[in-house]
Design a protein around this ligand. Structure first.
Ligand code: FES
Length: 101
């Protein structure tokens, strides 16, 4: 099954796009040739993330996450925690969340 997140053309070349996702939000960004999507939720207490200086940074207590690997760089999120990436597929110019395939 699939659910459209956004149009590929709307994803900026730098930084991220925040798209609605089943009543929540996801960050969508370009990482080289790949497009990545991750829940806009910190792995500490679920705070919202900003895209800053090439990282996703929590607005609440400052945890930073690497946009390539998703891994926590610093801050109070647990060591070894990682952004919640979505499984996605590009189809007909749109980025889709896919599951159950
Ligand atoms: S909720 Fe993100 S660092 Fe605390």
């Amino acid at each position: 099954m699939k659910h459209e997140i956004c149009k590929v053309a709307d994803i900026p070349q730098t930084g991220s796009l925040i798209a609605p996702f089943f009543g929540r939000e996801v960050h969508v960004w370009r990482s080289g040739e790949r497009i990545r999507a991750a829940a806009n939720a910190c792995l500490h207490f679920g705070g919202p993330l900003d895209c800053k200086d090439g990282a996703l940074v929590c607005q609440w207590h400052g945890a930073r996450f690497d946009m390539e690997s998703g891994e926590r760089i610093e801050g109070p999120a647990p060591k070894g925690s990682r952004l919640m990436f979505l499984s996605t597929r590009v189809e007909d110019g749109a980025l889709n969340y896919v599951w159950g395939e």
